[in-house]
Design a protein. Structure first.
Length: 255
């Protein structure tokens, strides 16, 4: 336990410490000290992997797979996270939301066939997502360095720490590495399919990298503040005509 505390403390200090003093500060203390490397990763993810592989695949998926089936698949991966939401909501004092997560997981995992059917929703109990990254943000940890991960997408130092801790919860702690990777792949594919209608937001942006980065950081900080991320300052200080659409893009991904 002492080792875990030491690791978490070290990660906290690393995430909260600016790597370059002259790097522009974004929402929640976010910085982009690795921009040259991040842009190369962005090009790989957006210009090649998404354009030539993922985009054609999700268009075919949406065209041929009925909407109720697609919704059910997304529900299954979302249901797995209810255990995380139970603990994380409890950590920020949202006892009611925490209890709702327990109820949803119990009902949807049984009556809802492992979460394929969101039975709890029809019973009036909606999901209350709460990631460890958001918990850490509420504990005053800054977002830290922005990182574009190849084959994965955007995150921050705080996001990486949060995701690591979230992975220690049930049922992830009992799953093999490749099972986790499979769940993450299905979840990512499902989320990507939801934003087909918003593809033009980034396609028509003057600088898709900056637009995606700014709104990812704003959105993550908006969850910490429990308000709209639209009003958060960007790292560049510049707006974009597609601000509202890109916020909708991020909102769809986070469902």
């Amino acid at each position: 336990m002492n080792i875990l505390k030491t690791v978490l403390l070290s990660c906290t200090l690393l995430a909260s410490t600016p790597l370059w003093a002259d790097t522009a500060v974004g929402p929640g203390g976010a910085r982009d000290p690795y921009e040259p490397i991040n842009r190369k990763s962005w090009s790989l993810n957006y210009d090649y992997l998404d354009h030539y592989a993922l985009r054609p695949a999700v268009h075919g998926y949406v065209r041929w797979v009925p909407a109720p089936v697609r919704t059910g698949i997304g529900n299954v991966t979302s249901n797995i996270n209810e255990a995380n939401y139970f603990v994380n909501n409890l950590l920020v004092g949202r006892v009611g939301d925490s209890g709702a997560s327990v109820f949803r997981f119990a009902v949807n995992s049984t009556v809802g066939l492992l979460g394929f059917f969101d039975v709890a929703h029809y019973m009036g109990v909606d999901q209350h997502p709460m990631s460890m990254s958001t918990v850490l943000g509420k504990a005053q940890m800054e977002q830290g360095a922005y990182i574009m991960v190849p084959f994965y997408g955007p995150t921050t130092m705080r996001g990486l720490i949060g995701s690591t801790i979230d992975g220690l919860y049930f049922p992830y702690a009992n799953l093999s590495l490749w099972t986790r990777v499979g769940i993450a792949a299905v979840d990512g594919f499902s989320k990507r399919a939801r934003v087909i209608d918003q593809e033009s937001v980034l396609d028509n942006s003057l600088d898709p990298y900056v637009s995606a980065k700014d709104f990812y950081l704003q959105y993550e900080e908006g969850k910490v503040q429990r308000g709209s991320a639209k009003k958060a300052p960007s790292a560049t200080g510049k707006g974009d005509p597609s601000d509202a659409e890109l916020h909708q893009y991020m909102d769809e991904i986070d469902k």
